[in-house]
Write a protein that binds this ligand. Structure first.
Ligand code: NAG
Ligand code: NAG
Ligand code: NAG
Length: 286
């Protein structure tokens, strides 16, 4: 599908002057760190992005903080999630910043209805709260990802359906669990892995360097980067994206990929009351 497509070399011209609403209290961790550490080209036409990051999250790290449950929260399934799930496909600039909320195209679940079971399985929200969206206030996790990032993915990705299929295609094509296993890293709770071993396993199987985000020494996110032909690309190293991030948020030399016990079953209707806001660690590659 999307993987073979070539990006037309044309400059996107948006007729719409985008009114960007940047919601500071973003509920998604990495996005918090991202909004804190870089500037969006807010409120004016944003130039075409340079590369993609496919952001994957490690549920074991995020779900360890879950205190209350609800049906939409992937952390609350009776079977704990034991693989990386998708956070989003993010268009980025080479200087460490990124465009956001580029077109006024509200999320429409009907456009991706056939993908819903796959998205629920591999791209679940790991929170109960609804997410900030660019144009319609609040919505599901997928609405946040499409409106904030998907709308900036042109000309590689044309529309909402293509955004989600492209992300899923990359996720299935580059299976991180398998890539880690091929480097001898079989995830086991409590085990410590040398950060360099994890990076090397990915480099070897994927052909490019990932970005790894930690929270208190546990992997929270792993990002794979792609050029506009959707070919593996080294993710940016620390300088551009990381200069204002405090040191404790870096991944230490030894990291863990924890598992978790679900605390409440999917039936529960209780909502998360508190949202962690500054727990999100940063980065990353050697
Ligand atoms: C880091 O912080 C300084 C001062 O607050 C600011 O001028 C600079 O643009 C920031 N760098 C990044 C990459 O956000
Ligand atoms: C990744 O590979 C593992 C091990 O082969 C498999 O269990 C899992 O379903 C795969 N995940 C995806 C998203 O293809
Ligand atoms: C959900 O609730 C039903 C009825 O109360 C119960 O039979 C079922 O086991 C529950 N499922 C989970 C995952 O807790």
């Amino acid at each position: 599908m999307a993987t073979a497509r070539k990006a037309p070399r044309m400059v996107a011209i948006w007729a719409v002057v985008v009114v960007v609403v940047v919601v500071a209290a973003d509920l998604f961790g990495a996005a918090v760190a991202r909004s804190a550490s870089a500037r969006h080209a807010v409120g004016k036409k944003q130039r075409e992005f340079d590369y993609f990051a496919l952001a994957l999250q490690w549920p074991g790290t995020i779900c360890a903080s879950t205190r209350h449950c609800c049906a939409i929260n992937g952390c609350c399934r009776s079977e704990p999630l034991q693989t990386f799930t998708i956070h989003g496909l993010w268009p980025d600039y080479d200087d460490g910043t990124w465009p956001a909320c580029c077109r006024h195209t509200s999320f429409d679940m009907d456009k991706i209805l056939p993908l819903k079971p796959t998205l629920e399985k591999y791209w679940p929200s790991l929170y109960c709260s609804s997410s900030s969206t660019c144009f319609s206030g609040k919505g599901p996790f997928w609405a946040h990802e499409w409106e904030k990032h998907g709308t900036c993915s042109s000309p590689v990705v044309k529309d909402e359906l293509e955004y989600f299929t492209t992300a899923l295609d990359l996720y299935f094509k580059y299976n991180v669990t398998e890539m880690l296993a091929s480097g001898g890293i079989h995830v086991s709770n409590g085990k410590q892995y040398a950060l360099t071993d994890v990076i090397d396993a990915i480099k070897c199987a994927f052909g490019a360097s990932p970005q790894i985000v930690c929270k208190k020494g546990s992997v929270e996110e792993l990002r794979l980067c792609f050029d506009k032909d959707l070919k593996p690309l080294d993710c940016l190293t620390t300088t551009a994206t990381n200069e204002n991030v405090s040191k404790k948020k870096y991944c230490p030399r030894y990291i863990t990929l924890p598992t978790y016990d679900p605390i409440v079953h999917a039936n529960s209707t209780r909502e998360i009351i508190t949202v962690e806001s500054e727990v999100y660690g940063y980065l990353y590659t050697s």
